[in-house]
Design a protein around this ligand. Structure first.
Ligand SMILES: CC(C)(COP(=O)(O)OP(=O)(O)OC[C@H]1O[C@@H](n2cnc3c(N)ncnc32)[C@H](O)[C@@H]1OP(=O)(O)O)[C@@H](O)C(=O)NCCC(=O)NCCS
Length: 208
């Protein structure tokens, strides 16, 4: 568990959303982040672009089993070759947790690149400008939206080779190592309470 008692998954899959539960959880996460946490919108943050945009999700899971959406972003093609990314959000419990936000950005740009993107833009909240700069984006202009400072930024496409398999996407291994006490508390508790059982089990294993 991390400090907010959410599970520390062993891996995170960053992919284009394909299933209804992935999309539902992505919209719910956006609502929590952009309405409740940041108070940018009231009620929900849905708009016209959601009807055509492609949603991306970061799924927390174990051993290939996807359990829950912990991050999302959406992309859309405004004009031929001109793509935008927006609504990037990572669940607060999983921020700075192994590059989930950065990998959502990577797949957003790389998958658009594979579809003929020539320019990939985003309107970024000013406090995130440094994060995007480190990921090879440059600033085009500063502006105020929803009463908050933002920057128009463009991705350096050469740093984002085309990704032709966006429904498989990328898999990130979690930074934290998983302790046996966390993964199998009942088993390890039993061995501490009854060391003889542990010894018998070790002997049995040696005999295999
Ligand atoms: C911005 C956001 C998506 C970043 O997600 P994240 O998963 O924490 O980002 P990553 O883990 O990929 O960050 C990579 C590195 O950049 C750092 N970083 C993250 N946000 C940063 C920021 N705003 N400025 C500078 N560095 C930042 C991380 O600490 C991490 O550093 P490390 O490699 O030394 O550990 C997340 O903080 C978020 O959802 N914020 C609220 C919503 C929001 O602001 N959306 C973006 C709208 S433009």
């Amino acid at each position: 568990m991390n400090s907010s008692h959410q599970p520390d998954y062993s891996e995170y899959t960053i992919k284009w959303a394909s299933l209804d539960w992935e999309k539902d959880e992505a919209y719910a996460l956006r609502k929590r982040v952009f309405c409740d946490e940041q108070s940018l919108f009231e009620g929900d943050d849905l708009d016209q672009k959601d009807q055509t945009a492609q949603l991306l999700v970061a799924l927390g899971g174990y051993g290939g089993w996807h359990e829950r959406v912990v991050g999302t972003v959406r992309i859309h093609e405004e004009n031929p070759g001109l793509w935008y990314g927006s609504r990037l959000a990572v669940d607060p419990s999983y921020r700075a947790h192994g590059n989930i936000g950065s990998t959502l950005i990577k797949l957003a740009v790389s998958s658009a690149h594979a579809l003929g993107c020539q320019s990939f833009l985003a309107t970024v909240q000013a406090q995130n400008e440094e994060l995007f700069r480190r990921l090879h984006w440059h600033t085009l202009a500063k502006k105020t939206i929803y009463g908050r400072p933002h920057v128009s930024m463009e991705a350096g496409l050469t740093f984002y080779p085309p990704c032709h398999t966006p429904f498989s996407g990328f898999v990130l291994r979690a930074k934290q190592r998983h302790e046996a006490t966390e993964l199998a508390p009942q088993l390890t508790g039993m061995l501490i309470a009854n060391p003889l059982a542990g010894a018998r089990q070790r002997t049995a294993l040696q005999g295999v």
